[in-house]
Design a protein around this ligand. Structure first.
Ligand code: C2E
Ligand code: CA
Ligand code: CA
Length: 554
């Protein structure tokens, strides 16, 4: 029986090519003549290789991604390229290219080994690696690839695209107070809402523990894109899930991938800071503020090292007798480069970086030191109030440090008042109450600052172990207005607080009208520009020494 090799080769599923070298007059190989191709080669090459071409035609007819000529020369030299792959658009298959030199016969054999199933396996493996098991969405690793592809496509097709980063509000608190199962439930609820929107041009990713990213593209106008994002927001509202979202727009904000991500992150940050539960679009102004904040944060580190902070003291007076109650310590910062920066700007930034802890320690130390000095010099029996950030209060070691300073300076702790604000404590009620109790157990006083802003509720007031309530300036501003609404509210607050056995201090009192009204309402103390502005140590010292003209007033 005679064997027809050509028939056999044509019936092998793998494309096979045989070629002989073409040499120039010096004997150098300059190309290859294709002497044989089986049927499969024609199919895989989409019939681009019907006539027996030369090696050099491969690049044009098959692909230029593969260094055909170099591979062949290497094969002759006995060097092999291990992992050269080719995707055939006509067979939709992946091939591994192998070349073998037959020195006896002086030709080279190329075999295309179909590795599609192997590749499929790796693709699936990769998919499991980039899939978040909890939600089934791709994770952050998967995000990077998809986002790059999306932006390339949008650029090519001239589509609008957006990146929406969604951060679940207060997930940490839910985990801490209700357990991680409750936290997981919220994550799944968020995923559920987002799933409704998933389609070819809306890709959703689990971007972090409490973050999701949504890539939206294929919109021909920015308006329709914004409408679509509104729908996502509404869906969360409907389910009463509180999330913060930040959006960057392509190409409106930028065409760059990394900037798109940075801008969306900035916008989320902004949404978080401004009350949460909202979606915010990136604006260039945010970047300016962001950079400014970074600069302040950097300079603040230096200020701490170089002792560039100072402490001012604002007097508080008894409304009825006019006698001095004491002073509130207020930090001041004059930076060489940035000038005067208000504590209402830099304190929140110090809270973000944690720098508030050493700053707060300095504030407390300086205030107690001052109290000691005035005690010794003037037999001062007034109260010094010190603002303490919730982060400082709830952090480790605050009580120990406070006790340590009281003992070191041997001051009467009942002359030291710790001022706290309510807003941030509400999430850590249990811990906060415990710390305040410990402060009181040391013999110090506790005062609640800025009452009347934010979360204020009287029922919640009763839970806190307080001595003093400070009514916020925003409240005092309007007490003299015609309609009398604010006056009525302020009067009833003072009445109730008095019944609870607390003292009241009115903040930000700027005129006599306000002062008279507060007197009628039986408010105990006043702190404001009318009676005394915050003053540097020296002026306070002069005032305590008897110079009444040292007081800075309106
Ligand atoms: P705060 O504790 O409510 O302090 C009162 C603020 O109102 C002070 O602003 C004070 O200068 C201002 N003020 C007092 N009376 C009047 C008035 O009659 N009219 C007007 N327009 N303003 C008045 P300041 O010193 O800029 O402090 C702002 C905030 O920064 C403080 O508000 C406090 O929350 C924070 N802060 C200041 N020093 C410290 C500190 O040492 N530690 C911490 N954690 N926070 C501080
Ligand atoms: Ca205060
Ligand atoms: Ca205040």
């Amino acid at each position: 029986m005679s064997v027809n090799i050509a028939t056999i080769l044509d019936n092998i599923a793998a494309p096979v090519v045989a070629a002989t070298p073409i040499k120039d007059h010096t004997g150098k190989i300059i190309d290859f003549d294709i002497i044989y191709t089986n049927e499969e080669v024609k199919i895989a090459s989409g019939y681009a290789m019907q006539n027996k071409p030369r090696w050099s035609d491969f690049a044009m007819n098959i692909t230029s991604d593969i260094p055909w000529f170099k591979m062949a020369l290497d094969a002759i030299a006995g060097r092999f390229h291990d992992d050269v792959r080719y995707f055939s658009p006509s067979t939709q298959a992946w091939y591994k290219i192998e070349m073998k030199w037959l020195p006896e016969d002086k030709y080279i054999i190329i075999t295309f080994i179909n590795v599609t199933s192997e590749r499929e396996y790796y693709r699936k493996l990769k998919k499991t690696l980039i899939t978040d098991p909890m939600t089934g969405f791709s994770n952050r690793t998967g995000f990077a690839d998809s986002f790059a592809i999306t932006l390339e496509t949008a650029r090519f097709k001239k589509y609008y695209a957006a990146l929406l980063v969604i951060d679940i509000d207060n997930l940490q608190n839910i985990n801490d107070s209700l357990g991680s199962q409750a936290g997981d439930k919220v994550i799944l609820d968020v995923a559920e809402v987002l799933k409704q929107f998933q389609r070819e041009y809306i890709q959703i990713f689990r971007y972090g523990d409490d973050e999701f990213a949504v890539i939206i593209t294929n919109f021909e106008s920015q308006d329709s894109l914004v409408n679509f994002i509104d729908c996502i927001y509404d869906a969360f509202q409907l389910k009463q899930i509180s999330v913060s979202g930040g959006i960057s727009m392509f190409p409106t904000n930028t065409e760059q991938k990394d900037e798109m991500i940075r801008f969306a992150d900035m916008a989320v940050h902004y949404a978080k800071k401004n009350g949460k539960n909202s979606f915010i679009y990136f604006e260039p102004e945010m970047q300016r503020v962001f950079i400014q904040h970074l600069t302040i944060q950097t300079r603040m580190n230096a200020a701490l090292l170089e002792s560039n902070f100072t402490q001012y003291y604002q007097p508080q007076f008894d409304i009825q007798t006019g006698q001095l109650r004491g002073f509130e310590a207020l930090i001041r910062w004059n930076d060489d480069e940035l000038g005067n920066i208000s504590p209402s700007v830099f304190i929140p930034l110090a809270e973000e970086t944690g720098l508030i802890v050493p700053i707060g320690r300095w504030v407390l130390y300086t205030a107690i030191n001052t109290l000691k000095t005035w005690q010794a010099k003037y037999n001062f029996r007034g109260i010094i109030s010190v603002n303490v950030s919730p982060i400082q209060l709830l952090g480790d070691g605050f009580i120990e440090e406070l006790l340590d300073m009281i003992e070191t300076f041997k001051v009467d702790p009942s002359l030291l008042e710790i001022e706290i604000t309510e807003g941030v404590m509400i999430n850590n009620m249990g811990d906060a109450i415990e710390k305040l109790r410990q402060i009181k157990a040391l013999g110090c006083r506790v005062s609640l600052d800025d009452f009347g802003t934010g979360y204020s509720s009287l029922s919640y007031l009763q839970m806190l172990p307080l001595n003093t309530l400070k009514i916020d300036k925003a409240f005092i501003n309007d007490i003299t207005s015609e309609d009398g609404v604010q006056a009525t509210i302020t009067r009833s607050i003072i009445d109730m607080v008095e019944k609870m056995g607390l003292e009241t201090i009115a903040e930000g009192v700027e005129n006599n009208e306000q002062l008279n009204m507060l007197n009628q309402f039986r408010c105990n103390f006043v702190q404001g520009f009318l009676r005394g502005k915050p003053m540097p140590y020296n002026l306070c010292d002069a005032y305590l020494a008897g110079d009444v003209n040292a007081l800075l007033k309106n």
